[in-house]
Ligand binder design. Structure first.
Ligand code: FMN
Length: 222
């Protein structure tokens, strides 16, 4: 059983990275092999929209890391997509990778009922996890990212379950794993009233979120 994650924050040790890692830790505890791909380690050129990839699923312009990425996703029995919310959606560099995966990982064919979009990955049941992280305390801020990831995961799922992790209120780097004392300082700097109480509540909420992420990782395997 192999679980592959695409970690869409450009920062290692970030909130998205920590939550993604928790899911993988849970999966490993249940016996899975895991691989976390950091978008900052990938060299991928932006799609030019020529659509020459449609026929064979191969880009005719660039020979870059997209092929290795798609091969790795294809080997996976479960996929994890994680991203911070930037301007209401995923970071541009991650969107660029998904743009290039249209063609490489996805087949678009005309049919009587309009365009048919199917997976080019080897057919197997693949469960998935969508992770979206934002600074806003409103969970709705994660909606577009979750919908986008769910759509992409469902293309390759072949009946596998898809789970969601929405992580609001994470306004500082590494906040999800911060202790209340450190968080209080940040909240005070932000001018938050009752920073001490809020920090204690946030630490508890973040710990619950990481515990849930671990359990979700275990469920990918069981
Ligand atoms: C360029 C940029 C745009 C952002 N846009 C939003 C946004 O639209 N809504 C929001 O709630 N947070 C926004 N944020 C905050 C991040 O989503 C938040 O800090 C998140 O925890 C960062 O995740 P990371 O630590 O995994 O990189 C933005 C951050 C950056 C750097």
């Amino acid at each position: 059983m192999k679980v592959v994650a695409l970690m869409g924050s450009p920062r290692g040790g970030s909130n998205t990275d920590t939550i993604t890692e928790k899911v993988l830790e849970g999966a490993r505890s249940a016996g899975a092999e895991t691989n976390k791909i950091m978008i900052n380690d990938l060299q991928v050129s932006p799609c030019t929209g020529c659509l020459k990839c449609r026929e064979k699923g191969e880009c005719q312009q660039y020979n870059d890391d997209i092929n290795g990425l798609v091969e790795e996703l294809g080997e996976a029995d479960a996929l994890v997509f994680g991203a911070p919310v930037w301007g209401g959606f995923i970071p541009g560099q991650l969107k660029m990778i998904f743009d290039r995966m249209v063609g490489a990982a996805v087949k678009i064919e005309a049919s009587e009922n309009g365009a048919q979009i199917t997976s080019r990955l080897p057919q197997k049941k693949r469960s998935g996890v969508s992770i979206a992280v934002c600074a806003s305390p409103a969970k709705e801020m994660t909606e577009a990212t979750i919908v986008f990831f769910n759509h992409n995961l469902s293309l390759h799922a072949n009946g596998g379950d898809i789970r969601e992790i929405r992580a609001p209120g994470l306004s500082a780097h590494g906040m999800v794993k911060m202790e209340a004392e450190d968080m209080e300082v940040i909240l005070e700097q932000m001018g938050v009233e009752n920073a001490g109480l809020m920090a204690v509540q946030a630490e508890k909420a973040n710990q619950d979120l990481l515990d849930d992420a671990y359990e979700i990782g275990k469920k990918l395997v069981n």
